[in-house]
Design a protein. Sequence first.
Length: 272
Amino acid sequence: MSASDRPLLSNARSERVREVSALGRRAARARSGRFLVEGPQAVRELLRYAAGHARALYVTAAAGERHTEILVAARREDVPTWTCTEEVLAAMADTGSPQGVLAVAEQVDVPLDQALDAVGPGGFAVVLTHVRDPGNAGTVLRGASAFGAAAVLVSAASVDVHHPKVVRSTVGALFHLPVSVRTPVEELLEACRARGIRLLAADGAGEVPLPDADLGGPHAWVLGNEAWGMPAEVLASCDVGVSIPIERAESLNLAMAATVCLHASAAAAARR
């Protein structure tokens, strides 16, 4: 059934609208196993790379006219689609400006072994140990996709990657590569070690400058907390601490540091 065959959603207080809106809260996401995907770019990437996760699409009439390719993709993938008023879409969305397009999707969580399989003999991954800021987490995911990381491993101590702000910050990159979530930090690190994946702690006090780091084999960039950095026990579990040489600035924020490290890994892979 296409959007044109369904009645217009015009009641912002309806049960359906309340259920979708509730996905902005962690408890509702945990209970339902679903999350919000807001904006045309993120929804476009969902339908292109992870259509099997899409459960519903909501668009305003104006957005449907602007983004016909999204409606075509949803129809091709048999994703139920509703046209709704601007008021209804605003009530569903976490942001005040969802640009007329919103989807509900099943949560992304690739089994850890499968994510590690993707790294292979020459790939690289990202491990988020205690990353709590949604914007940082989303930006790291976006960088991981842009620079060809094989997987992103998100510990149970980090922010929920299905938080609406994380999803918006990824701009669809959440659907581009395997993302494994909710594993305790030490288990993540031990699983990498068991696969022969070298653990490189991105640390401002790291003993090896990034230009001298060995990026030739399978490795994972281990990222700590924005405010208090890398816990001592995590540093001790890594093979080496890697610092980024900088001038004038005291430090880089976590997302920027991750981007620099990921670019270095991509460049090393291109030279092989």
